[in-house]
Structure formats: structure tokens, C-alpha cells
Write a protein that binds this ligand. Structure first.
Ligand code: CP
Ligand code: NVA
Length: 305
């Protein structure tokens, strides 16, 4: 049975510590111009049912740097787009490729794909979770500010795939997620885990969430797949923008994070996104370094050197 990365809860803290250590090594080696290609002859299939910039580029560039090949498959151009069952596609691709990345709608699609694939499957975003993003986000915070344990992450906005994955990480890394969202958009916990108040608090007041926080994070209020709710959501989330005034309530050395793409003036003001506390570009770059460590781990196990 292949090991998969479908939700953040799939790995232990100790495995994340290994991935972060490897991410640091691989990032440093790349900086030095060293060639490290343990995956010559290996193929990564990347199946996209939704748009992407960072996920596609980070996986493709990363796999190339490791010596392997990345194959981009837009589902609408494959038989998947014409109704071929996901189970059949998974059986076929899993036999031809060494590892698979899938960006899709419901989490059940990714889970089903993994159940039928003999190759490891990585969740590259579903409606419910985005574990690769959180992997990069936590690595980025640790890189810039040290341990995330005992810290407070203020999330201002939608209780979506990104914030739900932050919540899974809160329990594993022992920090607190304070989420502020409009009424009717509260977080639905889907993994059956009881996140006690040490790891999770919910409010409708952004100021209450941000007060003294170490990280202030947000995301679009209309995620991919929810376009039909666009007009209503834009109204409902008007008071949930990260402004410079809101940032002032956070801890003095707080950072601003956003998975991107961002909409300046909607969920975040330009002076915050492009300001000195923003670490969004490092966050984006680190998608590549952390996913290289993830691919290496899934294909080669714990590499120590
Ligand atoms: N953050 C992220 O996953 O970006 P893309 O949608 O561009 O891949
Ligand atoms: N929540 C956003 C994240 C995009 C990277 C979406 O699902 O569209």
C-alpha cells in the first residue's frame, strides 16, 4: 500500500520535522547551485480539475530539479473530463506514473483516487483541504520566526480549505487558531477530531481574533467551485478585510500570510499585502522546497545525509 498525503493529519509531527529539515537542505543546495537528482526516470502526474499557478509551477519545477519528469493533465483534456470513472483513471495512472498530484473538488474524489492508485497521491487542493499549502506556511513561519508552538494564528475570513487545514495543523504543532468569520460561515470540522479551546477559537469579530496574534492570515472569500455564491459572499465578507489598522492589533513582530492569489482591496489592503510584515512571496516560494521534500519522502522514505 502506497503512503498518501491527502490531509494534514496523515503525517505525524515527527514526520513534519523531518520534512522541514529536508526542505531546508534542499533549499540551501539549490541556492548553492548544487545538482541533486535522485528521481531520474520517475514521473509525477499532475491532474488539475481547477486552475493553478503556484501548485502547478512548484510541483513541475521541483520534480524537474529532482531529476524526474512532471506531466500536466488538465482533466477536461483527458477522459476524466468525459466521464471516465475516477477509480479507473487512478488504476491506470497509478500503474504508469510513480507519484500523483491531484487538484479537484470534493475530498472524496481525492480519497477515492488514492484508494485505487498504487502510486502515492498528494492532495494539491480540494474544497475541504490544502495540506501542501499548510506544509509550506508552517515551514515559512518557522524559518522567519522560530517555533510555531504556543503561538496564535488569527484567520480573518472564510472557513475554507486553507483555514480548515490550519486547524488540523494547530493540534499537531500545538498552536492556537483564532478564526473570525461572518455569521453563517463558521468552520465545519470534518475530520471528527475534537479541537478544544487550546487549539481553536471562533468569533465574528476580526479585532478579537487578531489581538496579540503572531500570524494574521486570510484568503479569498470566493474559493474555486463557489463562484455561484460570489455576489452574496462579497457582501457578507465586507467587514473581514485585513487592513493596516487591523494589523496594528497583532503582536509587534506579527507576520501577514496569504496562500495567493490575492485580491488587493477585497480580503486584504495593498499596504498589508505589499507591506513589511507580509511574507507571502517566501510562502509561495517555499511551496516548491517543501513539496520537493514531500515527494522525496513519499518515493524514497526518510533520506538523511
Ligand atoms: N496557493 C495556491 O495553491 O495557488 P495556486 O492556486 O496558484 O496553485
Ligand atoms: N481557497 C482558495 C485557495 C486557492 C489556492 C480556493 O480554494 O480557491
Amino acid at each position: 500500500m502506497a503512503r498518501h498525503f491527502l490531509q494534514f493529519t496523515d503525517f505525524t509531527r515527527e514526520e513534519y520535522e523531518h520534512l522541514f529539515a529536508r526542505s531546508r537542505v534542499l533549499k540551501e543546495r539549490l541556492r548553492r547551485g548544487e545538482v541533486y537528482q535522485p528521481l531520474v526516470g520517475k514521473t509525477l502526474a499532475m491532474i488539475f480539475e481547477k486552475s493553478s499557478t503556484r501548485t502547478r509551477v512548484s510541483f513541475e519545477a521541483g520534480m524537474n530539479q529532482l531529476g524526474g519528469h512532471a506531466m500536466f493533465l488538465a482533466s477536461k483534456d483527458t477522459q476524466l473530463g468525459r466521464g471516465e470513472p475516477i477509480e479507473d483513471v487512478a488504476r491506470v495512472i497509478g500503474r504508469m506514473c510513480d507519484i500523483v498530484m491531484l487538484r479537484t473538488y470534493e475530498q472524496t474524489i481525492a480519497d477515492t483516487f488514492a484508494a485505487y492508485s498504487q502510486a502515492p497521491v498528494i492532495n494539491g487542493l480540494t474544497n475541504e483541504y490544502h495540506p501542501c499549502q499548510t506544509l509550506a506556511d508552517i515551514f515559512t513561519f518557522i524559518e522567519q520566526r522560530g517555533s510555531i508552538e504556543g503561538r496564535t494564528v488569527a484567520w480573518v475570513g472564510d472557513s475554507n480549505n486553507i483555514s480548515r487545514t490550519w486547524l488540523q495543523a494547530a493540534r499537531i504543532f500545538d498552536f492556537k487558531l483564532r478564526l473570525a468569520c461572518p455569521k453563517g460561515y463558521e468552520m465545519k470540522v470534518l475530520d471528527g477530531i475534537d479541537y478544544g479551546s487550546a487549539h481553536f477559537e471562533q468569533t465574528h469579530d476580526p479585532r478579537e481574533a487578531v489581538e496579540g496574534a503572531d500570524i494574521v492570515a486570510t484568503d479569498v472569500c470566493v474559493s474555486m467551485g463557489y463562484e455561484r455564491e460570489s455576489l452574496q459572499r462579497r457582501v457578507d465578507f465586507l467587514a473581514y478585510k485585513v487592513s493596516a489598522d487591523l494589523m496594528k492589533l497583532a503582536s509587534k513582530d506579527a507576520v501577514f500570510m496569504h496562500c495567493l492569489p490575492a485580491h488587493r482591496g477585497e480580503e486584504v489592503d495593498p499596504e498589508v499585502l505589499d507591506g513589511p510584515q507580509s511574507i507571502v512571496w517566501d510562502e509561495a516560494e517555499n511551496r516548491m522546497h517543501t513539496q520537493k521534500a514531500l515527494i522525496e519522502f513519499l518515493l524514497l522514505g526518510k533520506v538523511v545525509e
